[in-house]
Design a protein around this ligand. Structure first.
Ligand SMILES: CC(=O)N[C@H]1[C@@H](OP(=O)(O)O)O[C@H](CO)[C@@H](O)[C@@H]1O
Ligand SMILES: [Mg+2]
Length: 551
Protein backbone atom coordinates (compact mmCIF):
# COMPACT_ATOMS: atom_id res chain seq x y z
CA UNK A 1 0.00 0.00 0.00
CA UNK A 2 1.56 3.33 -0.98
CA UNK A 3 1.81 6.39 1.21
CA UNK A 4 -0.94 8.29 -0.57
CA UNK A 5 -3.36 5.37 -0.12
CA UNK A 6 -2.43 5.02 3.58
CA UNK A 7 -3.02 8.72 4.26
CA UNK A 8 -6.36 8.64 2.44
CA UNK A 9 -7.51 5.68 4.54
CA UNK A 10 -6.29 7.18 7.81
CA UNK A 11 -7.87 10.53 7.10
CA UNK A 12 -11.27 9.23 5.99
CA UNK A 13 -11.57 6.62 8.70
CA UNK A 14 -10.91 9.24 11.37
CA UNK A 15 -14.17 10.86 10.19
CA UNK A 16 -16.10 7.63 10.94
CA UNK A 17 -15.20 6.56 14.50
CA UNK A 18 -16.86 3.32 15.63
CA UNK A 19 -19.45 3.64 18.43
CA UNK A 20 -17.76 2.72 21.72
CA UNK A 21 -18.62 -0.62 23.32
CA UNK A 22 -20.53 -2.07 20.35
CA UNK A 23 -19.42 -5.39 18.88
CA UNK A 24 -20.83 -6.22 15.47
CA UNK A 25 -20.86 -9.44 13.51
CA UNK A 26 -21.53 -10.10 9.80
CA UNK A 27 -23.99 -12.84 10.88
CA UNK A 28 -26.47 -14.70 8.71
CA UNK A 29 -27.39 -11.68 6.64
CA UNK A 30 -24.74 -8.95 6.97
CA UNK A 31 -24.36 -6.36 9.73
CA UNK A 32 -27.56 -5.19 11.39
CA UNK A 33 -28.08 -2.76 14.26
CA UNK A 34 -29.84 0.41 15.25
CA UNK A 35 -29.15 2.76 12.31
CA UNK A 36 -27.48 5.35 14.56
CA UNK A 37 -24.66 2.88 15.28
CA UNK A 38 -23.85 1.95 11.70
CA UNK A 39 -22.02 4.80 9.92
CA UNK A 40 -18.56 3.54 10.79
CA UNK A 41 -19.45 -0.06 9.87
CA UNK A 42 -20.94 0.94 6.54
CA UNK A 43 -17.92 3.11 5.73
CA UNK A 44 -15.65 0.14 6.43
CA UNK A 45 -17.81 -2.29 4.45
CA UNK A 46 -17.45 0.21 1.57
CA UNK A 47 -13.67 -0.31 1.74
CA UNK A 48 -14.20 -4.08 1.83
CA UNK A 49 -16.47 -3.94 -1.23
CA UNK A 50 -13.83 -2.01 -3.19
CA UNK A 51 -11.15 -4.56 -2.24
CA UNK A 52 -13.40 -7.45 -3.20
CA UNK A 53 -14.08 -5.78 -6.55
CA UNK A 54 -10.35 -5.41 -7.23
CA UNK A 55 -9.62 -8.98 -6.21
CA UNK A 56 -12.33 -10.47 -8.42
CA UNK A 57 -11.97 -7.97 -11.28
CA UNK A 58 -15.77 -7.69 -11.15
CA UNK A 59 -18.58 -5.42 -10.06
CA UNK A 60 -19.60 -5.88 -6.40
CA UNK A 61 -22.91 -4.86 -4.78
CA UNK A 62 -23.45 -3.12 -1.48
CA UNK A 63 -27.00 -3.05 -0.10
CA UNK A 64 -28.21 -0.92 2.80
CA UNK A 65 -31.18 -2.68 4.38
CA UNK A 66 -32.40 -4.32 7.57
CA UNK A 67 -35.07 -6.32 5.76
CA UNK A 68 -37.98 -7.20 8.08
CA UNK A 69 -36.46 -5.53 11.16
CA UNK A 70 -37.99 -2.39 12.65
CA UNK A 71 -37.67 0.87 10.74
CA UNK A 72 -35.11 2.38 13.16
CA UNK A 73 -32.68 -0.47 12.40
CA UNK A 74 -30.55 -0.67 9.33
CA UNK A 75 -27.88 -2.95 7.94
CA UNK A 76 -25.37 -3.58 5.20
CA UNK A 77 -24.54 -6.60 3.10
CA UNK A 78 -22.40 -7.41 0.10
CA UNK A 79 -23.31 -9.11 -3.17
CA UNK A 80 -20.49 -11.10 -4.77
CA UNK A 81 -19.79 -11.10 -8.55
CA UNK A 82 -22.31 -13.91 -9.21
CA UNK A 83 -25.01 -11.81 -7.52
CA UNK A 84 -25.02 -14.21 -4.56
CA UNK A 85 -23.97 -13.51 -0.99
CA UNK A 86 -20.42 -12.44 -0.06
CA UNK A 87 -18.11 -15.45 0.07
CA UNK A 88 -18.02 -16.87 3.58
CA UNK A 89 -14.21 -16.74 3.39
CA UNK A 90 -14.33 -12.95 3.75
CA UNK A 91 -16.74 -12.84 6.70
CA UNK A 92 -14.00 -13.00 9.39
CA UNK A 93 -12.28 -10.02 7.69
CA UNK A 94 -15.60 -8.14 7.65
CA UNK A 95 -15.97 -8.79 11.40
CA UNK A 96 -12.40 -7.74 12.12
CA UNK A 97 -12.53 -4.40 10.27
CA UNK A 98 -15.99 -3.53 11.60
CA UNK A 99 -14.67 -3.87 15.14
CA UNK A 100 -11.25 -2.22 14.71
CA UNK A 101 -11.09 0.38 17.52
CA UNK A 102 -9.21 3.18 15.69
CA UNK A 103 -7.89 4.25 12.25
CA UNK A 104 -4.42 2.81 12.85
CA UNK A 105 -5.61 -0.65 13.78
CA UNK A 106 -8.01 -0.53 10.82
CA UNK A 107 -5.14 0.35 8.50
CA UNK A 108 -3.04 -2.49 9.92
CA UNK A 109 -5.86 -5.01 9.27
CA UNK A 110 -6.32 -3.72 5.72
CA UNK A 111 -2.60 -3.82 5.03
CA UNK A 112 -2.28 -7.43 6.27
CA UNK A 113 -5.36 -8.57 4.37
CA UNK A 114 -4.31 -6.94 1.08
CA UNK A 115 -0.95 -8.74 1.34
CA UNK A 116 -2.42 -12.09 2.35
CA UNK A 117 -4.99 -12.02 -0.48
CA UNK A 118 -2.58 -10.60 -3.07
CA UNK A 119 -4.87 -7.69 -3.85
CA UNK A 120 -3.19 -5.35 -6.35
CA UNK A 121 -3.93 -1.79 -5.32
CA UNK A 122 -1.82 -0.21 -8.04
CA UNK A 123 -1.94 -0.99 -11.72
CA UNK A 124 -4.70 -3.61 -11.39
CA UNK A 125 -8.39 -3.33 -12.29
CA UNK A 126 -10.21 -0.38 -10.70
CA UNK A 127 -12.96 -1.19 -8.20
CA UNK A 128 -16.61 -0.73 -9.18
CA UNK A 129 -19.33 -1.01 -6.55
CA UNK A 130 -23.11 -0.76 -7.10
CA UNK A 131 -24.86 0.83 -4.14
CA UNK A 132 -28.52 0.27 -3.32
CA UNK A 133 -30.76 0.96 -0.35
CA UNK A 134 -34.26 0.25 0.88
CA UNK A 135 -36.78 2.93 1.93
CA UNK A 136 -35.50 3.41 5.49
CA UNK A 137 -34.99 7.12 6.28
CA UNK A 138 -31.47 6.38 7.55
CA UNK A 139 -30.52 4.88 4.16
CA UNK A 140 -29.44 8.08 2.38
CA UNK A 141 -26.76 9.06 4.90
CA UNK A 142 -25.51 5.48 5.18
CA UNK A 143 -25.11 5.37 1.38
CA UNK A 144 -22.92 8.48 1.71
CA UNK A 145 -20.78 6.69 4.32
CA UNK A 146 -20.43 3.71 1.98
CA UNK A 147 -19.35 6.01 -0.87
CA UNK A 148 -16.68 7.56 1.35
CA UNK A 149 -15.39 4.07 2.17
CA UNK A 150 -15.35 2.90 -1.44
CA UNK A 151 -13.67 5.99 -2.82
CA UNK A 152 -10.92 5.85 -0.19
CA UNK A 153 -9.44 3.17 -2.42
CA UNK A 154 -7.60 4.86 -5.27
CA UNK A 155 -9.42 4.61 -8.59
CA UNK A 156 -12.59 3.05 -7.11
CA UNK A 157 -16.02 4.09 -8.41
CA UNK A 158 -19.24 4.00 -6.40
CA UNK A 159 -22.34 3.76 -8.58
CA UNK A 160 -25.43 4.83 -6.65
CA UNK A 161 -28.49 3.01 -8.04
CA UNK A 162 -30.88 4.47 -5.48
CA UNK A 163 -33.81 2.80 -3.75
CA UNK A 164 -34.14 -0.83 -4.84
CA UNK A 165 -35.31 -4.15 -3.50
CA UNK A 166 -32.41 -6.29 -2.27
CA UNK A 167 -32.93 -8.86 -5.05
CA UNK A 168 -32.93 -6.12 -7.71
CA UNK A 169 -29.46 -5.06 -6.59
CA UNK A 170 -28.22 -8.67 -6.61
CA UNK A 171 -29.74 -9.14 -10.08
CA UNK A 172 -27.97 -6.02 -11.39
CA UNK A 173 -24.62 -7.17 -10.07
CA UNK A 174 -25.07 -10.52 -11.76
CA UNK A 175 -26.20 -8.94 -15.02
CA UNK A 176 -23.34 -6.39 -15.07
CA UNK A 177 -20.79 -9.15 -14.61
CA UNK A 178 -22.34 -11.19 -17.40
CA UNK A 179 -22.00 -8.16 -19.64
CA UNK A 180 -25.75 -7.79 -20.23
CA UNK A 181 -27.99 -4.77 -19.72
CA UNK A 182 -28.38 -4.25 -16.01
CA UNK A 183 -30.61 -1.26 -15.25
CA UNK A 184 -33.79 -1.38 -13.17
CA UNK A 185 -35.71 -0.92 -16.42
CA UNK A 186 -34.07 -4.06 -17.85
CA UNK A 187 -34.97 -6.01 -14.72
CA UNK A 188 -38.67 -5.15 -15.23
CA UNK A 189 -38.43 -5.79 -18.91
CA UNK A 190 -37.06 -9.30 -18.33
CA UNK A 191 -39.60 -10.31 -15.71
CA UNK A 192 -42.60 -8.82 -17.51
CA UNK A 193 -41.64 -10.43 -20.84
CA UNK A 194 -41.09 -13.90 -19.37
CA UNK A 195 -44.24 -13.63 -17.25
CA UNK A 196 -46.33 -12.69 -20.31
CA UNK A 197 -44.75 -15.53 -22.23
CA UNK A 198 -45.74 -18.07 -19.56
CA UNK A 199 -49.26 -16.66 -19.37
CA UNK A 200 -49.67 -16.84 -23.15
CA UNK A 201 -48.62 -20.50 -23.04
CA UNK A 202 -51.40 -21.55 -20.67
CA UNK A 203 -53.37 -24.60 -21.77
CA UNK A 204 -56.70 -23.21 -22.90
CA UNK A 205 -58.75 -25.68 -20.90
CA UNK A 206 -57.22 -24.36 -17.68
CA UNK A 207 -57.45 -20.66 -18.28
CA UNK A 208 -59.62 -18.89 -15.74
CA UNK A 209 -61.21 -22.15 -14.58
CA UNK A 210 -60.92 -21.75 -10.86
CA UNK A 211 -58.45 -18.95 -10.70
CA UNK A 212 -59.37 -15.43 -9.99
CA UNK A 213 -57.15 -12.84 -11.67
CA UNK A 214 -57.41 -10.73 -8.52
CA UNK A 215 -54.51 -10.65 -6.09
CA UNK A 216 -54.04 -8.43 -3.04
CA UNK A 217 -50.46 -7.75 -1.99
CA UNK A 218 -49.23 -6.43 1.35
CA UNK A 219 -46.10 -4.41 0.54
CA UNK A 220 -44.88 -4.20 4.17
CA UNK A 221 -44.78 -0.41 3.72
CA UNK A 222 -41.43 -0.95 2.10
CA UNK A 223 -39.64 -0.86 -1.22
CA UNK A 224 -41.32 -3.94 -2.70
CA UNK A 225 -44.84 -2.50 -2.45
CA UNK A 226 -43.67 0.75 -4.01
CA UNK A 227 -42.04 -1.07 -6.96
CA UNK A 228 -45.02 -3.40 -7.49
CA UNK A 229 -47.44 -0.48 -7.52
CA UNK A 230 -45.50 0.95 -10.48
CA UNK A 231 -45.02 -2.42 -12.20
CA UNK A 232 -48.55 -3.75 -11.96
CA UNK A 233 -50.02 -1.91 -14.96
CA UNK A 234 -47.64 -3.77 -17.29
CA UNK A 235 -48.81 -7.17 -16.08
CA UNK A 236 -51.40 -8.69 -18.40
CA UNK A 237 -54.02 -11.06 -17.02
CA UNK A 238 -53.48 -9.98 -13.45
CA UNK A 239 -55.27 -7.40 -11.40
CA UNK A 240 -53.19 -6.49 -8.37
CA UNK A 241 -54.37 -4.38 -5.47
CA UNK A 242 -51.22 -3.28 -3.60
CA UNK A 243 -51.75 -2.28 0.02
CA UNK A 244 -49.19 -0.94 2.49
CA UNK A 245 -46.89 0.54 -0.08
CA UNK A 246 -45.44 3.40 1.85
CA UNK A 247 -47.97 5.32 3.95
CA UNK A 248 -47.56 3.37 7.16
CA UNK A 249 -44.56 2.42 9.27
CA UNK A 250 -42.27 -0.13 7.61
CA UNK A 251 -42.76 -3.68 8.91
CA UNK A 252 -45.09 -2.59 11.71
CA UNK A 253 -47.92 -5.11 11.82
CA UNK A 254 -47.27 -5.84 8.14
CA UNK A 255 -44.97 -7.88 5.94
CA UNK A 256 -44.06 -11.50 5.26
CA UNK A 257 -42.20 -12.04 8.53
CA UNK A 258 -45.13 -10.77 10.61
CA UNK A 259 -47.71 -12.76 8.65
CA UNK A 260 -45.67 -15.99 8.75
CA UNK A 261 -44.81 -15.78 12.45
CA UNK A 262 -48.09 -14.41 13.84
CA UNK A 263 -50.45 -16.10 11.38
CA UNK A 264 -52.81 -13.12 11.42
CA UNK A 265 -53.84 -10.58 8.76
CA UNK A 266 -51.49 -7.65 8.17
CA UNK A 267 -52.68 -4.08 8.73
CA UNK A 268 -55.17 -2.98 6.08
CA UNK A 269 -56.64 -6.47 5.56
CA UNK A 270 -59.82 -7.79 7.08
CA UNK A 271 -62.80 -10.11 6.84
CA UNK A 272 -63.98 -8.49 3.60
CA UNK A 273 -60.91 -9.98 1.90
CA UNK A 274 -61.93 -13.53 2.81
CA UNK A 275 -61.61 -15.92 -0.11
CA UNK A 276 -59.31 -13.65 -2.17
CA UNK A 277 -55.73 -14.67 -2.90
CA UNK A 278 -53.36 -12.52 -0.83
CA UNK A 279 -49.57 -12.26 -0.65
CA UNK A 280 -47.15 -10.50 1.62
CA UNK A 281 -43.61 -9.21 0.90
CA UNK A 282 -41.01 -8.37 3.53
CA UNK A 283 -39.35 -4.96 4.00
CA UNK A 284 -36.71 -5.42 1.27
CA UNK A 285 -38.82 -7.77 -0.91
CA UNK A 286 -36.69 -10.88 -0.77
CA UNK A 287 -39.32 -12.92 1.08
CA UNK A 288 -42.79 -13.89 -0.09
CA UNK A 289 -45.67 -15.73 1.56
CA UNK A 290 -49.28 -16.17 0.46
CA UNK A 291 -52.36 -16.35 2.64
CA UNK A 292 -56.11 -16.26 2.61
CA UNK A 293 -58.20 -14.47 5.22
CA UNK A 294 -60.57 -16.66 7.21
CA UNK A 295 -64.09 -15.28 7.26
CA UNK A 296 -65.13 -13.34 10.34
CA UNK A 297 -61.73 -13.32 11.97
CA UNK A 298 -58.26 -11.81 11.74
CA UNK A 299 -56.79 -15.28 11.35
CA UNK A 300 -55.37 -16.59 8.09
CA UNK A 301 -54.58 -19.77 6.25
CA UNK A 302 -50.86 -19.39 5.62
CA UNK A 303 -49.25 -20.62 2.41
CA UNK A 304 -45.58 -20.45 3.30
CA UNK A 305 -42.22 -20.89 1.56
CA UNK A 306 -42.52 -24.68 1.75
CA UNK A 307 -45.73 -24.58 -0.28
CA UNK A 308 -44.30 -22.12 -2.80
CA UNK A 309 -41.42 -24.56 -3.20
CA UNK A 310 -43.84 -27.48 -3.63
CA UNK A 311 -45.79 -25.59 -6.30
CA UNK A 312 -42.59 -24.76 -8.21
CA UNK A 313 -41.32 -28.35 -7.89
CA UNK A 314 -44.58 -29.81 -9.19
CA UNK A 315 -44.63 -27.51 -12.19
CA UNK A 316 -41.00 -28.00 -13.15
CA UNK A 317 -41.21 -31.76 -12.71
CA UNK A 318 -44.22 -31.83 -15.00
CA UNK A 319 -42.49 -29.73 -17.68
CA UNK A 320 -39.45 -32.04 -17.54
CA UNK A 321 -41.71 -35.08 -17.86
CA UNK A 322 -43.43 -33.67 -20.96
CA UNK A 323 -40.09 -32.81 -22.48
CA UNK A 324 -38.78 -36.29 -21.71
CA UNK A 325 -41.65 -37.90 -23.66
CA UNK A 326 -40.10 -36.55 -26.77
CA UNK A 327 -38.53 -39.46 -28.59
CA UNK A 328 -36.41 -38.25 -31.45
CA UNK A 329 -33.78 -35.93 -30.02
CA UNK A 330 -30.77 -36.37 -27.79
CA UNK A 331 -32.18 -36.82 -24.35
CA UNK A 332 -30.67 -35.24 -21.27
CA UNK A 333 -31.47 -36.49 -17.79
CA UNK A 334 -31.70 -33.21 -15.94
CA UNK A 335 -31.12 -33.50 -12.21
CA UNK A 336 -33.83 -31.82 -10.15
CA UNK A 337 -33.10 -31.21 -6.47
CA UNK A 338 -34.99 -29.57 -3.65
CA UNK A 339 -33.23 -27.86 -0.74
CA UNK A 340 -34.84 -27.03 2.60
CA UNK A 341 -33.76 -26.39 6.19
CA UNK A 342 -34.86 -28.17 9.35
CA UNK A 343 -37.54 -25.45 9.74
CA UNK A 344 -39.39 -26.82 6.71
CA UNK A 345 -42.66 -28.29 7.85
CA UNK A 346 -42.30 -32.08 8.07
CA UNK A 347 -45.43 -32.52 5.95
CA UNK A 348 -43.78 -30.61 3.09
CA UNK A 349 -40.66 -32.77 3.16
CA UNK A 350 -42.80 -35.88 3.21
CA UNK A 351 -44.89 -34.58 0.30
CA UNK A 352 -41.85 -33.71 -1.82
CA UNK A 353 -40.29 -37.11 -1.20
CA UNK A 354 -43.55 -38.78 -2.20
CA UNK A 355 -43.33 -36.93 -5.50
CA UNK A 356 -40.07 -38.80 -5.99
CA UNK A 357 -37.91 -35.71 -5.54
CA UNK A 358 -34.49 -35.61 -3.99
CA UNK A 359 -34.76 -33.47 -0.84
CA UNK A 360 -31.66 -32.20 0.98
CA UNK A 361 -31.47 -30.26 4.26
CA UNK A 362 -28.83 -27.60 4.92
CA UNK A 363 -28.20 -25.32 7.90
CA UNK A 364 -30.30 -22.14 8.16
CA UNK A 365 -29.30 -19.17 5.99
CA UNK A 366 -29.73 -18.79 2.25
CA UNK A 367 -26.00 -18.87 1.62
CA UNK A 368 -26.06 -22.58 2.52
CA UNK A 369 -29.23 -23.40 0.59
CA UNK A 370 -28.08 -21.53 -2.50
CA UNK A 371 -24.73 -23.32 -2.56
CA UNK A 372 -26.43 -26.72 -2.36
CA UNK A 373 -29.08 -25.91 -4.98
CA UNK A 374 -26.32 -24.91 -7.41
CA UNK A 375 -25.23 -28.57 -7.54
CA UNK A 376 -28.29 -29.55 -9.64
CA UNK A 377 -29.38 -28.80 -13.21
CA UNK A 378 -32.49 -27.39 -11.58
CA UNK A 379 -32.12 -26.67 -7.87
CA UNK A 380 -35.10 -25.24 -5.98
CA UNK A 381 -34.55 -23.88 -2.50
CA UNK A 382 -36.81 -22.19 0.01
CA UNK A 383 -36.79 -21.35 3.68
CA UNK A 384 -40.19 -21.79 5.33
CA UNK A 385 -40.25 -18.01 5.87
CA UNK A 386 -40.52 -17.43 2.12
CA UNK A 387 -36.98 -16.78 0.97
CA UNK A 388 -35.98 -18.90 -1.98
CA UNK A 389 -35.49 -19.24 -5.71
CA UNK A 390 -34.71 -21.68 -8.53
CA UNK A 391 -31.23 -22.16 -9.98
CA UNK A 392 -30.56 -23.53 -13.48
CA UNK A 393 -27.15 -24.88 -14.52
CA UNK A 394 -25.48 -23.35 -17.57
CA UNK A 395 -25.12 -26.79 -19.17
CA UNK A 396 -28.82 -27.51 -18.82
CA UNK A 397 -29.80 -24.07 -20.12
CA UNK A 398 -27.70 -24.36 -23.24
CA UNK A 399 -29.12 -27.85 -23.92
CA UNK A 400 -32.59 -26.39 -23.41
CA UNK A 401 -31.94 -23.52 -25.82
CA UNK A 402 -30.90 -26.01 -28.49
CA UNK A 403 -33.87 -28.29 -27.97
CA UNK A 404 -36.20 -25.34 -27.96
CA UNK A 405 -34.82 -24.12 -31.30
CA UNK A 406 -35.07 -27.59 -32.75
CA UNK A 407 -38.65 -28.06 -31.58
CA UNK A 408 -39.61 -24.65 -32.80
CA UNK A 409 -38.69 -25.68 -36.34
CA UNK A 410 -39.93 -29.30 -36.21
CA UNK A 411 -43.03 -29.14 -34.02
CA UNK A 412 -43.86 -25.56 -33.15
CA UNK A 413 -46.66 -25.28 -30.61
CA UNK A 414 -46.45 -28.95 -29.57
CA UNK A 415 -46.62 -29.86 -25.88
CA UNK A 416 -42.89 -30.57 -25.90
CA UNK A 417 -42.11 -27.26 -27.50
CA UNK A 418 -44.26 -25.50 -24.91
CA UNK A 419 -42.56 -27.38 -22.07
CA UNK A 420 -39.09 -26.37 -23.32
CA UNK A 421 -40.09 -22.76 -23.74
CA UNK A 422 -41.87 -22.70 -20.37
CA UNK A 423 -38.68 -23.89 -18.68
CA UNK A 424 -36.67 -21.23 -20.45
CA UNK A 425 -39.19 -18.57 -19.47
CA UNK A 426 -39.02 -19.69 -15.82
CA UNK A 427 -35.22 -19.39 -15.90
CA UNK A 428 -35.60 -15.78 -17.06
CA UNK A 429 -38.47 -14.86 -14.76
CA UNK A 430 -37.01 -16.22 -11.56
CA UNK A 431 -34.08 -14.33 -10.05
CA UNK A 432 -31.10 -16.66 -10.13
CA UNK A 433 -28.95 -14.39 -7.99
CA UNK A 434 -31.07 -14.62 -4.85
CA UNK A 435 -34.64 -15.14 -3.57
CA UNK A 436 -36.87 -12.39 -4.97
CA UNK A 437 -40.44 -11.73 -3.82
CA UNK A 438 -41.48 -9.86 -6.99
CA UNK A 439 -40.29 -12.42 -9.50
CA UNK A 440 -41.37 -15.29 -7.20
CA UNK A 441 -44.86 -13.79 -7.00
CA UNK A 442 -45.16 -13.62 -10.79
CA UNK A 443 -44.06 -17.23 -11.11
CA UNK A 444 -46.62 -18.36 -8.50
CA UNK A 445 -49.33 -16.46 -10.38
CA UNK A 446 -48.36 -17.97 -13.73
CA UNK A 447 -48.25 -21.51 -12.32
CA UNK A 448 -51.61 -21.20 -10.56
CA UNK A 449 -53.12 -20.13 -13.87
CA UNK A 450 -51.44 -23.07 -15.62
CA UNK A 451 -52.80 -25.51 -13.11
CA UNK A 452 -56.17 -23.79 -12.97
CA UNK A 453 -55.86 -23.73 -9.19
CA UNK A 454 -57.34 -21.44 -6.56
CA UNK A 455 -55.26 -20.64 -3.46
CA UNK A 456 -57.47 -23.10 -1.59
CA UNK A 457 -56.62 -25.92 -3.95
CA UNK A 458 -52.92 -25.02 -3.75
CA UNK A 459 -53.06 -24.99 0.04
CA UNK A 460 -54.57 -28.47 0.01
CA UNK A 461 -51.45 -30.04 -1.59
CA UNK A 462 -50.71 -31.28 1.92
CA UNK A 463 -51.67 -30.25 5.41
CA UNK A 464 -48.99 -28.63 7.57
CA UNK A 465 -48.15 -30.43 10.78
CA UNK A 466 -48.87 -28.19 13.78
CA UNK A 467 -45.65 -26.50 14.89
CA UNK A 468 -44.34 -24.07 17.49
CA UNK A 469 -41.25 -21.86 17.52
CA UNK A 470 -39.88 -20.38 20.74
CA UNK A 471 -36.90 -18.22 21.60
CA UNK A 472 -34.84 -18.89 24.73
CA UNK A 473 -32.51 -16.33 26.26
CA UNK A 474 -29.36 -17.99 27.58
CA UNK A 475 -26.05 -16.76 28.98
CA UNK A 476 -24.00 -17.76 25.94
CA UNK A 477 -25.80 -19.09 22.89
CA UNK A 478 -22.50 -20.02 21.22
CA UNK A 479 -22.26 -22.86 23.77
CA UNK A 480 -24.84 -24.69 21.63
CA UNK A 481 -23.05 -26.56 18.85
CA UNK A 482 -25.17 -28.47 16.36
CA UNK A 483 -24.56 -31.10 13.70
CA UNK A 484 -26.38 -32.83 10.87
CA UNK A 485 -27.88 -29.66 9.33
CA UNK A 486 -28.69 -28.34 12.83
CA UNK A 487 -30.98 -31.27 13.64
CA UNK A 488 -28.91 -32.52 16.60
CA UNK A 489 -27.01 -30.79 19.39
CA UNK A 490 -23.51 -32.14 19.87
CA UNK A 491 -22.60 -29.84 22.75
CA UNK A 492 -23.39 -29.44 25.66
CA UNK A 493 -23.13 -33.19 26.11
CA UNK A 494 -26.32 -34.87 27.30
CA UNK A 495 -28.80 -32.25 26.06
CA UNK A 496 -29.67 -34.17 22.86
CA UNK A 497 -30.50 -37.31 24.88
CA UNK A 498 -32.80 -35.23 27.07
CA UNK A 499 -34.49 -33.72 23.99
CA UNK A 500 -34.86 -37.18 22.38
CA UNK A 501 -36.52 -38.55 25.52
CA UNK A 502 -39.06 -35.69 25.31
CA UNK A 503 -39.71 -36.19 21.56
CA UNK A 504 -40.37 -39.91 22.14
CA UNK A 505 -43.48 -38.98 24.17
CA UNK A 506 -45.25 -37.46 21.12
CA UNK A 507 -46.89 -38.87 18.02
CA UNK A 508 -45.12 -37.44 14.96
CA UNK A 509 -42.90 -35.48 17.36
CA UNK A 510 -39.91 -33.61 15.95
CA UNK A 511 -37.91 -30.98 17.72
CA UNK A 512 -34.52 -29.27 17.40
CA UNK A 513 -32.69 -26.35 18.95
CA UNK A 514 -30.01 -24.05 17.48
CA UNK A 515 -28.42 -20.71 18.25
CA UNK A 516 -29.83 -17.90 16.09
CA UNK A 517 -27.41 -16.21 13.71
CA UNK A 518 -29.28 -12.90 13.83
CA UNK A 519 -30.52 -12.56 17.41
CA UNK A 520 -29.04 -13.30 20.84
CA UNK A 521 -31.30 -16.29 21.49
CA UNK A 522 -31.47 -20.06 21.12
CA UNK A 523 -34.39 -21.09 18.91
CA UNK A 524 -36.59 -24.08 19.70
CA UNK A 525 -38.69 -25.62 16.91
CA UNK A 526 -41.22 -28.39 17.61
CA UNK A 527 -43.76 -30.29 15.53
CA UNK A 528 -46.34 -32.84 16.58
CA UNK A 529 -49.71 -34.21 15.55
CA UNK A 530 -51.77 -31.54 17.35
CA UNK A 531 -51.15 -27.87 18.19
CA UNK A 532 -51.37 -28.60 21.93
CA UNK A 533 -48.76 -31.34 21.57
CA UNK A 534 -46.42 -29.14 19.50
CA UNK A 535 -46.76 -26.35 22.12
CA UNK A 536 -46.11 -28.75 24.96
CA UNK A 537 -43.08 -30.34 23.28
CA UNK A 538 -41.59 -26.91 22.57
CA UNK A 539 -42.12 -25.84 26.19
CA UNK A 540 -40.56 -28.98 27.65
CA UNK A 541 -37.52 -28.55 25.42
CA UNK A 542 -37.29 -24.90 26.37
CA UNK A 543 -37.02 -26.00 30.00
CA UNK A 544 -34.25 -28.45 29.06
CA UNK A 545 -32.35 -25.67 27.25
CA UNK A 546 -32.64 -23.55 30.41
CA UNK A 547 -31.38 -26.37 32.61
CA UNK A 548 -28.33 -26.98 30.45
CA UNK A 549 -27.45 -23.41 29.54
CA UNK A 550 -28.44 -21.13 32.39
CA UNK A 551 -25.29 -21.14 34.48
C1 LIG B 1 -35.99 -19.52 11.85
C2 LIG B 1 -35.76 -18.42 10.91
O1 LIG B 1 -36.70 -17.95 10.25
N1 LIG B 1 -34.50 -17.97 10.80
C3 LIG B 1 -34.13 -16.87 9.91
C4 LIG B 1 -33.18 -15.92 10.61
O2 LIG B 1 -32.00 -16.61 10.95
P1 LIG B 1 -31.60 -17.07 12.44
O3 LIG B 1 -30.17 -17.54 12.27
O4 LIG B 1 -32.55 -18.14 12.79
O5 LIG B 1 -31.77 -15.89 13.32
O6 LIG B 1 -32.85 -14.86 9.72
C5 LIG B 1 -32.14 -15.29 8.55
C6 LIG B 1 -31.77 -14.07 7.75
O7 LIG B 1 -32.90 -13.38 7.31
C7 LIG B 1 -32.99 -16.27 7.76
O8 LIG B 1 -32.24 -16.75 6.68
C8 LIG B 1 -33.44 -17.42 8.67
O9 LIG B 1 -34.32 -18.26 8.01
MG1 LIG C 1 -35.62 -9.60 3.59
Amino acid sequence: MNQQQRSALLHSSSLFPPPPGVKLSYGTAGFRADASLLESTVFRVGILAALRSIQTGSVIGLMITASHNQVSDNGVKIADPSGGMLTQLWEPFADAIANAPDPHSLLQLLDDFVKKENITLEGGPAARVLLGRDTRPSGASLVEAAKQGITCITGATAIDVGVLTTPQLHWMVRAKNKGVEASEHHYYDQIVTSFSYLMDNIPRENSSKDVNDKLIVDGADGVGGEKLEKLKSSLKYLSIDVRNYGDGVLNEGVGADYVQKEKVVPRGFGPSDAGIRCASLDGDADRLVYFSVLSNSNKIDLVDGDKILSLFALFLKEQLRILDDKANTSSYKASLGVVQTAYANGASTEYLKQLGLEVVLTPTGVKYLHEKAAEYDIGIYFEANGHGTILFSETFLSWLENINNELSSTSKGSDQHKAASNLLAVSKLINQAVGDALSGLLLVEAILQHMGWSIKKWNELYQDLPSRQLKVKVVDRTAVITGNAETVVVSPVGIQEAIDAEIAKYTKGRCFVRPSGTEDVVRVYAEASTQEAADSLAHSVMVIVHQFLWF
